[in-house]
Design a protein around this ligand. Structure first.
Ligand SMILES: Cc1cc2nc3c(=O)[nH]c(=O)nc-3n(C[C@H](O)[C@H](O)[C@H](O)COP(=O)(O)OP(=O)(O)OC[C@H]3O[C@@H](n4cnc5c(N)ncnc54)[C@H](O)[C@@H]3O)c2cc1C
Length: 283
């Protein structure tokens, strides 16, 4: 994608007004690291959204709220009880890219290798979209990632923040990203949120991405976990059902069968990590 002009508004309201006026000739620009991957012959005007007060992480009641323009490096650096977002952020590309690349940029236009949509689906996150005035529409992850989110922003709306439910004491979270080298694009990314009750799995949210056409929840895996003991055997058996939800795609010289194996092993591992987390060994 080529840029024609660069505009730097000072408020969210102003940014939205400029974007609405520009229509298809403009785009919000956060870290700018995705320009390289975006096709489009006609140069556009970039509307910088990095100085609108959208870079922060704070606790808001039962949620962590992360401003849309928060760099991945800031999310990676944060630590604290019942917080798990740093785990996947430190696995995304290189330090240099994480310093500028933002959570909003990662999820407003989803590329095949995007890691955060997978994690936010598993965590049941809510996206807060600025639609003008004082309004921020709350969109659940299941709706936000039902299709490519970029279309939602074509009319000038801007993602303002992401809300992630604070993990409760009996909640556990685990994610696994498989890649050829530490900084390479994801081959398979999976994430799991388990709710344990009385030594059993009360509920589970499991999602996958990269090796499938678009990030999604694995409902068969979730159903197979509910009511079971959180054991290695349960996790292996549930992971084996993932192929019923996902059409794994061979890539980078790997066959689809190999990717399926890789995804199942990664899922088993993510579920085991989530159970460990829930037992309090990850704080
Ligand atoms: C070499 C390389 C390897 C990478 N590997 C991975 C990987 O393995 N896994 C991974 O998850 N990521 C990876 N990334 C990062 C990812 O591909 C994107 O480049 C990055 O997440 C985009 O973030 P950004 O802030 O730079 O967004 P930008 O490039 O600024 O914007 C991206 C898109 O989102 C829109 N946008 C941005 N913010 C908003 C907002 N608040 N509201 C509405 N629309 C918005 C923009 O208009 C644009 O369409 C990699 C990047 C590079 C360069």
């Amino acid at each position: 994608m080529k840029l024609r002009e660069f505009v730097r508004p000072s408020t969210l309201k102003e940014a939205r007004a400029v974007l609405r006026e520009l229509g298809p000739k403009g785009m919000p620009l956060a870290g700018g690291t995705a320009l390289h991957f975006m096709r489009g012959r006609t140069p556009v005007t970039a509307v910088d959204i990095t100085r609108l007060g959208l870079s922060y992480i704070r606790r808001e009641g039962d949620f962590f709220e992360i401003g849309a323009a928060t760099p991945l490096a800031d999310i990676q650096r944060r630590r604290g009880p019942r917080w798990a977002m740093h785990e996947i952020c430190r696995r995304i590309s290189t330090h240099q890219i994480r310093n500028v690349s933002t959570i909003g940029g990662n999820i407003c236009r989803v590329f095949p290798w995007a890691d955060l949509p997978v994690v936010l689906l598993a965590m049941n996150a809510r996206m807060l979209v600025y639609t003008g005035g004082k309004k921020r529409a709350e969109v659940p992850a299941d709706d936000f990632f039902a299709s490519q989110p970029a279309g939602r922003f074509a009319g000038g709306d801007i993602l303002a923040a992401v809300r992630i439910p604070v993990l409760k004491a009996h909640h556990g979270f685990g994610s696994v990203k498989a890649s050829r080298t530490a900084a390479a694009f994801s081959l398979v990314t999976v994430a799991a949120l388990l709710e344990l009750e009385g030594g059993r799995i009360a509920s589970a949210r499991v999602a996958a991405g990269s090796a499938i056409p678009f990030p999604k929840r694995l409902r068969s895996v979730e159903a197979a976990l509910a009511g079971r003991e959180p054991s290695a055997e349960t996790f292996r058996a549930a992971a084996a059902l993932a192929a019923g939800d996902a059409r794994w795609i061979g890539q980078e010289g790997m066959s689809a069968d190999y990717v399926r194996e890789l995804a199942e092993v990664s899922l088993t591992d993510a579920l085991a990590r989530a159970a460990e987390f829930a037992r309090g060994r990850n704080d």
